[in-house]
Write a protein that binds this ligand. Structure first.
Ligand code: GLN
Length: 256
């Protein structure tokens, strides 16, 4: 029987900027190319969700106003059950505005406090100056598939993305950073960290979209999800020549 992954897409109407939906397209297509069936379910305000039936949850970025529209539903309706499933190893990717709402709270630059679900030990405070631009980060421990462009035994991998946020995020002891900033601002422009990881949940500021630009990380998420559901994952090799060439070109240009 063929393998199947179920993906939840949180609030696609309110939380989808800078092409974040491309992350869903990439996860879906990279699975389909390998004969893995995919079911993508959009989760809208008021939906009833059994998180244990999902393999991957994706939460895109959004304006402060978009976040304000969904924050109560996300935190009060879904918070406790989602947190429990993340504790249980649910694979999740949250970008920018979605990432911020996985933390304890987000105070916008106008002083409005939005609640967070507290799955990540982080908090975010909006500043008047926005952090905008291309980003290169270095990440450890990403087990990409055979399309990996690292030299063998190189522990870290460079990922590229685009950030645009007023929120400065600060990490507590309960999370580790997703990556180290080589180019750009990252979590807060101060401590050189970018994003956060807690168990199999990843949050970061990288739009772009992130996964089309960084197929190795897409495969890492698919691998984690397959291992969690089926106890094993053997991703077939894909021809990522163009993706990896584009990624390398951008990284080289930005690091020059
Ligand atoms: N509204 C948030 C901020 O500016 C998130 C923006 C985003 O998702 N790009 O910090």
């Amino acid at each position: 029987m063929s393998q199947q992954l179920r993906i939840a897409h949180l609030y696609p109407e309110q939380m989808n900027i800078y092409g974040d939906r491309g992350n869903i397209i990439t996860l879906t297509q990279r699975c389909l190319w390998r004969g893995i069936e995919v079911d993508v379910v959009p989760i809208s305000i008021g939906a009833t969700v059994d998180w244990s039936t999902y393999d991957i949850v994706f939460f895109g970025g959004g304006q402060d106003s978009g976040q304000a529209l969904i924050a109560n539903d996300f935190v009060h309706h879904h918070g406790p059950a989602l947190r429990e499933t993340i504790d249980d190893g649910l694979v999740m990717l949250a970008i920018c505005g979605g990432y911020q709402l996985l933390g304890h709270y987000f105070v916008t630059h106008t002083g409005e406090q939005l609640p967070g679900v507290g799955a990540f030990d982080i908090h975010t405070v909006g500043e008047d100056v926005r952090m905008i631009g291309n980003v290169v980060i270095e990440v450890d421990g990403i087990r990409a598939g055979p399309g990996d462009n690292r030299l063998h035994n190189t522990p870290s991998l460079r990922l590229v993305g685009f950030e645009n946020h007023s929120g400065q995020t600060f990490l507590g002891k309960g999370v580790r950073p997703f990556g180290r900033v080589l180019v750009g601002h990252g979590n807060n422009g101060e401590d050189g960290t970018e994003g956060a990881i807690y168990r199999n949940a990843f949050g970061c500021y990288l739009h772009g979209s992130l996964l089309p630009k960084n197929p190795q990380f897409a495969d890492h998420l698919i691998t984690l999800a397959l291992e969690r559901r089926y106890d094993q994952a053997n991703l077939a090799m894909l021809d990522d020549m163009f993706e990896l060439h584009a990624q390398r070109t951008m990284i080289n240009r930005l690091l020059r």
